[in-house]
Design a binder for this molecule. Structure first.
Ligand code: ATR
Length: 275
């Protein structure tokens, strides 16, 4: 194994060129005085495990994992944190000798952005989670842990929402699955868009009147005004957020896992918004 003077990390994805993680981790390292290097690695679609093996041989200390490898990372990990086990997916790997520790910081990143940065406590709130794909699965456990009064998962394919509900760890939260159409007449305090519809600029078939007074509309997509955010604006929602805060917070949690130092996220969010 070659000698390395600084600990090396990277984000592995396909595609990965667009990833903001190197910028965010470089800012964290500068702020905290940690000696790290953080790069981007494009893994072939059939070459995730080989890419991880190669990074370990080169002496890398860990990696973030993005689309489409979060499930493969889960399978590859030799040890999992509880939240990664619940999510069924891994976005952060730590290489420790022969062990590969898999964690998932996405859900905690979302919750921290909503509760801390946006100052919206979720306990006792009526929460609507739109989508039942990988992004929604990754955040369900931490959302439930905040003890909303109700959490409804709505998805185009209702069966996927139903199976998320069936797999969830029982907690004292009214947890339901429904179709978009069945949302008519219901009211929520926090609505989180975890579908990928924003990426393709498609509008979800949501009816009017979904938002309670003072509600938060949150889109996990960042860096653009999505049709969901436009819809929330048309509905008169005043607090509308994209997923940049979640991106920075999930990175901060990974940085903490690797370095045992918690960076400040606010200045990094300000920097990212100014790009
Ligand atoms: P991700 O990792 O981003 O969650 P995914 O696992 O492919 O990606 O899941 C995509 C999610 O967005 C799903 O909930 C999908 O709904 P279906 O399960 O019914 O396919 C949802 N989605 C994507 N485009 C959508 C659209 N135009 N309208 C409604 N839902 C959409």
């Amino acid at each position: 194994m070659p000698e390395v003077s600084v600990d090396r990390y990277a984000v592995i994805g396909h595609p990965v060129e667009h990833s903001k993680s190197p910028l965010i981790h470089a800012a964290f390292a500068q702020q905290t005085g940690q000696q790290i290097e953080y790069g981007k690695i494009l893994a072939p679609l059939d070459g995730f495990a080989a890419t991880v093996a190669s990074l370990r041989e080169q002496g890398y200390a860990g990696a973030n994992v993005t689309v489409p490898f979060k499930f493969e990372a889960y399978a590859l990990a030799t040890e999992l944190t509880e939240r990664a086990r619940v999510a069924g997916a891994v976005n952060t790997l730590s290489f420790k000798g022969s062990d590969i520790l898999g964690d998932n910081t996405d859900g905690v990143g979302l919750v921290r952005d909503i509760e801390h940065n946006l100052a919206v406590p979720l306990a006792g709130k009526r929460v609507l989670l739109l989508g039942a794909g990988g992004a929604a699965e990754g955040v369900l456990g931490p959302l439930l842990a905040t003890m909303p009064s109700r959490l409804c998962i709505a998805n185009r394919s209702v069966s996927k929402a139903e199976s998320m509900v069936a797999r969830a760890k029982p907690v004292d939260v009214l947890l339901e699955a429904c179709s978009f159409e069945a949302l008519a007449g219901q009211v929520f305090d926090v609505v989180i868009n975890a579908t990928s519809s924003g990426l393709s600029n498609e509008r979800l078939p949501l009816t009017a009147g979904l938002f309670a007074d003072g509600a938060l509309a949150y889109d996990m997509v960042y860096g653009r005004e999505t049709p969901f955010m436009q819809y929330a604006r048309e509905e008169g929602v005043r607090q509308i957020a994209d997923g940049l805060g979640m991106l920075v917070e999930q990175a901060a949690e990974a940085f903490y896992l690797w370095r045992q130092v918690r960076p400040q996220t606010a200045p990094v969010m300000t920097m990212m918004r100014a790009l």
